[in-house]
Design a protein around this ligand. Structure first.
Ligand code: EPZ
Length: 447
């Protein structure tokens, strides 16, 4: 058809351009939700994206073959697999099971094209350096939710005796011959920096101690994987990590922990639609501090170690004091979907985003659906409304996209969500899981 693909910038007629923009939107997949259905049934929870990625990076350290179970089918995992293959690994996927043969790692640089596909590729820095003694990759840059600096990664590697050169958007590292025992005290419990230090310290000689390390469950999962490979990584309960370097890491079989953020996303979905849903294959110990927020909103929560059941038969109550914090505080990754719950709650909710400076991009899209939200810096004040209304919205980022899905599930009318590539980074078969429990949701393939 004439309209599709017409180069917008050549046309002076704004109306014509708008039509093309509309047409262009339709070229990507979109999710269509007809809101209002109660959700009832069982969800088999996906494996953790934020655990799979550092563990895949860790396979670069392994002189052997590793089998990783419960690895979700996500575009971010696909990007990590491309990097592994670029480095000389052989990767075979069989559903949620990945086999990684990393005996023949033969590269120490990652091209910009691969780094750009996934911002968290920075976690390969530590493992490539650990395996080959050097690493060269482009700076990950910022993303939709903030500048995402890596100063803690760089300063920690330098403290370990690694020479680091950052210039022209590139990071070049080289492990000095002499090893030395190191104590690193992180000024902020950065997840990525903790992971990179552990990966850079796992092979060779010497002891590395990290103080004020991140305590997220994904850190323990990475440590468990490495210990399965014969490495020596010990976590204490209060944020200290001790790594005693070993000569060689051998292959292992590991099961990735469940995705705690995906679990919280589904809980928010039921909180806004009402219903009765059981989430299986989860680990509720990973979000014990978050469940009370759902109970205070009026949800009936029954949980045991590997499952959580949520029942909701009323309009949620306002969420008074959500402040995102490092683990075990309220997770920043659940802020957007919890805000979607607050949008239709009875009363005013206050949400403080303390982790990422750009993590309110979903607010504008929620307001388009009728939400009443005021922003004051890192504080969002949400006046709950009786109902949201379906309209066309676009995902601003991964978790903001999930928030729009949650909002669409309870909105009156039809919600059309574009720019799904963000959601596909972190949610495995999201629309299928929601359809299985009663949502009126479908994915329309783009042109
Ligand atoms: C990980 O990102 C997760 N990503 C994020 O999940 C998550 O939101 C975040 O941890 C916090 O829990 C993965 O695991 C792939 P950080 P990461 O280093 O490692 C500042 C999602 O939606 N900082 O703990 O980048 C930084 O600016 C994603 O699944 C520095 O200042 O998080 C931020 O304010 C989004 N200097 C804070 O620390 C540094 O060198 C938290 O960052 C590093 C970080």
């Amino acid at each position: 058809m004439l309209l599709s693909g017409f180069p917008l910038f050549f046309h002076k007629n704004p109306v014509f351009c708008i039509i093309c923009v509309e047409r262009r939107d339709f070229m990507d997949d979109t999710i269509i939700i007809r809101g209002g259905n109660r959700l009832e049934g069982v969800i088999d929870l996906q494996g953790s994206k934020n655990s799979s990625l550092p563990i895949l990076a860790a396979t670069v350290l392994v002189d052997g073959i590793s089998v990783i179970h419960n690895c979700p089918e996500l575009s971010d995992v696909g990007a990590a697999i491309k990097i592994l293959e670029h480095l000389g690994c052989k990767v075979k996927r069989d559903g949620n099971d990945l086999t990684v043969d990393s005996r023949f790692v033969n590269a120490c640089s990652i091209p910009d094209s691969l780094m750009r596909e996934m911002r968290s590729s920075i976690v390969f820095l530590g493992s490539v350096l650990g395996r080959t003694g050097q690493a060269r990759l482009s700076s990950p840059g910022g993303c939709e939710i903030g500048l995402r600096p890596i100063d803690l990664h760089i300063s920690s590697l330098r403290a370990m005796g690694v020479s680091v050169d950052e210039s022209r958007g590139c990071i070049s590292c080289k492990k000095e011959k002499t090893h030395k025992d190191t104590v690193i005290s992180l000024t902020f419990p950065s997840v990525g920096a903790t992971e990179n230090i552990i990966l850079a310290a796992a092979l060779g000689k010497g002891r590395t101690v990290i103080l004020n390390a991140a305590r997220e469950p994904e850190i323990k999962d990475l440590a468990d994987f490495l210990c399965g490979c014969g490495c020596k990584v010990e976590l204490t309960g209060h944020g200290t990590v001790t790594v005693d370097a070993v000569e060689r890491a051998h292959g292992t079989v590991h099961r990735v922990i469940p995705d705690r953020i995906a679990a919280l996303t589904y809980l928010s979905a039921v909180a806004v639609t009402g219903g009765d849903v059981l989430i299986k294959n989860t680990d509720t110990s990973h979000y014990q501090t978050v469940l009370p927020f759902f109970e205070r909103a009026g949800c009936d929560i029954t949980d045991s170690v590997d499952r959580v059941r949520i029942k909701m038969n009323r309009r949620p109550l306002a969420l008074r004091d959500i402040r995102t914090m490092p683990y075990p505080g309220f997770p920043t990754d659940a802020q957007a979907t919890m805000m979607a719950t607050a949008c239709v709650a009875r009363g005013t909710s206050v949400i403080v985003e303390n982790i990422f400076e750009g993590r309110f991009k979903h607010v504008g899209e929620l307001v388009r659906m009728g939400a009443k939200i005021k922003l004051e810096g890192k504080v969002a004040i949400v006046d709950g409304v009786e109902a949201l209304y379906g309209t066309r919205v676009a995902c601003p980022d991964l978790r903001g996209g999930a928030a729009l899905v949650v909002a669409g599930l309870c909105a009156k009318g039809v919600t059309q969500i574009g720019t799904l590539s963000h959601i596909d980074r972190g949610y495995e078969k999201l629309e299928q899981c929601l359809k299985n429990i009663g949502a009126d949701i479908e994915r329309c393939k783009g042109k």
